[in-house]
Design a protein around this ligand. Structure first.
Ligand code: ADE
Length: 399
């Protein structure tokens, strides 16, 4: 509980020089800080908005190796961009990066705009990313605050409002902009975020090691500076129960389908399946979904476990089945493919589908050569699973 004191004040005047001196000495050698071109800064900020630094580092490396410039990204297909992004979640970020790169390539010869307003006009660029890119890449004298920066600012100013309220965020941004060194805005913004990530942690801030503790009102005035920002108790996310079928044809190939380009997980490939309706068993739901989505039928279905996954507003509990195709393979369509298990690595999949794949491959691994198709005489053991790309973030969800 935060005692009732005057909140939302200006941070003390010496905060910026002390912070910048600390940052100069402790700044982590993150890959986007090497050769910090506007493009690399933009890509990094898009990634960092919903992905922790530890997970963003390998993703950033993969992404800029494959798409080193705006033009290279613009020339790539969306499918390839999604594949490189696979496993990082929040795929709308990748779709928007790609769309924005195409726009910048087509209308500006591949040069990113320099102002907050022009940046914000690009697909997927909101106020934070526009301000971060304008200050870090072009030296614009603007404050850019994401979740870490807002927490730091709230503690400096003893802000007792909820951070999800726009008025609170504006108050913090206004207070920090009054301490912003106009010629070092990019470094200041990065330093504030870095302090939040490494020292001014969410629950247990490491105040003894903080370079600006003497300027921090929460540290100076509260028994527990970690009690700011105030915690908001959210109701638990609802759980949706679903059933999924890994359907195998006589050649040992598995059926995957592509989701429509817009909306949740747009453009990604997954196994047929859907929600378990009231009074349905998981298996009957699996058969119904398969029939409704594809017109196909399965022989005996084997249960392959239950996969759980969290999205930002709900969780899913997916009952996984594996079984042989019964009857003809149906029409071919661009959004539907029969792929050998090894070739599944060539399409972009949601995280939950990667978990399903691992469950099926794991079950087969336990019984070598235990493919499900009765006609099948040979089984090439599928590769263990798609490459691991780090654990999902603790609080947040990945697609
Ligand atoms: N989080 C968001 N942007 C960041 C940056 N540029 N450096 C460190 N952490 C960040």
């Amino acid at each position: 509980m935060v005692p009732n004191r005057r909140s939302g004040s200006l941070p003390a005047a010496g905060v910026a020089p002390a912070l910048l001196a600390w940052f100069a000495a402790h700044r982590r050698p993150l890959p986007w800080r090497r050769r910090p071109t506007p493009y690399r800064i933009w890509v990094a900020e898009v990634m960092l908005q919903q992905t922790r630094v530890a997970q963003a580092v390998p993703l950033f490396g993969r992404f800029v190796d494959r798409f080193p410039t705006v033009d290279a990204l613009a020339r790539a297909s969306l499918d390839e961009v999604l594949r490189v992004w696979a496993g990082a979640g929040y795929y709308a970020r990748a779709r928007n990066l790609h769309a924005a790169a195409r726009q910048v390539a087509a209308t500006r010869g591949g040069t990113l705009p320099r102002t907050v307003e022009a940046l914000q006009a690009l697909p997927g660029v909101g106020p934070y990313i526009a301000r971060a890119v304008a200050s870090l890449a072009f030296g614009a004298p603007v404050v850019a605050l994401e979740a870490n920066g807002l927490r730091v600012g709230a503690r400096w100013t003893l802000e007792t409002g909820r951070l999800d309220a726009p008025s609170t965020r504006e108050r913090i941004a206004r207070a920090l902009s009054l301490r912003l060194p106009a010629d070092r805005a990019g470094a200041f913004n990065e330093a504030v975020m870095e302090l939040g990530e490494t020292v001014c942690r969410p629950v247990h801030p490491n105040c003894p090691d903080c370079p600006v503790a003497v300027f921090c009102r929460a540290r100076q005035e509260l028994p527990d500076p970690g009690s700011i920002p105030v915690r908001v108790h959210r109701p638990p996310r609802p759980i949706v129960r679903g059933a999924v079928v890994v359907l195998e044809d006589p050649d040992g190939r598995w059926l995957v389908q592509r989701r429509p380009p817009r909306g949740l997980l747009g453009g990604l490939w997954e196994f047929p399946g859907g929600k378990i309706e009231a009074r349905e068993t998981p298996e009957s739901a699996a058969r119904r979904e398969l029939r409704e989505e594809t017109g196909l039928r399965a022989g005996r279905l084997r249960p392959r476990g239950v996969v759980r996954h969290q999205y930002s507003h709900f969780g899913v509990e997916l009952h996984v089945f594996e079984g042989p195709l019964r009857g003809p393979p149906g029409r071919t369509a661009p959004e539907r493919r029969w792929l050998r298990p090894d070739d599944l690595t060539t399409v972009a999949m949601p995280k939950a589908t990667e978990k399903i794949l691992a469950a099926v491959v794991g079950a087969r691994g336990a019984r070598p050569g235990s493919g499900s198709h009765p006609d099948r005489t040979t089984t090439s053991p599928p590769r263990a699973s798609r490459p691991r790309r780090g654990r999902a973030r603790a609080r947040r969800t990945t697609a």
